[in-house]
Write a protein that binds this ligand. Sequence first.
Ligand code: ATP
Length: 197
Amino acid sequence: MIKVGITGGIGSGKSTFCREWESLGATVIYADDLAKQLMIEDQELVNSIKSVFGDQSYHKDGTLNREFLAQEAFAKGRVEELNELVHPVLWERVAEIEAEERAKGTTIFAKEAAILLNNGRPTDLDYVILIIADEQTRIQRVLQRDHTDSAKVKERIKKQSDFMELSRLCDYIITNNGTQDELKLKAKELFHQLLEL
Ligand code: ATP
């Protein structure tokens, strides 16, 4: 099983690239989505978030109080604290899924995560792919997708890693300044290239 990490900044096109890979038969773990799911479903994690950030971190119906937690974590500079709670549970779950996929005979197993390279390149990955696009293009795409405002998108971009600096840790850099079809074609070509290596 070939293990691949796919990373890039907000709106770069990671998910679009990965959905193309899924259609070709890869299994893709979307780290952000899985983390959000675990923050609701994993009772131990729920308890630890409540004890560190307070019971208000969750609504009465058990859903995450995103506004409160974003305020606590991002506005008060406690993102690392939150990550320290979530990441071990997340990576343990990813390891379980990986073992299941290996047993199933999956050929390409990919992890899509914006924060993949923050502690250096994970040693277990065979390849790391970075998706890039011009900042203005990314902002426009995110504005269309999320109905937010450009100041908020710029703020999020500022808080993310400098992906140009991290590109030295990557094996392939995919530029996504053209159409979605062009991105999908690049995804397809790289998928087949990796299978042939
Ligand atoms: P995030 O980190 O915010 O989850 P992402 O890197 O996963 O973003 P996508 O969600 O794939 O990025 O792309 C952002 C938006 O831009 C989506 O609405 C997607 O459909 C659109 N998009 C991606 N690539 C292109 C393209 N080449 N042309 C036009 N729209 C695109």
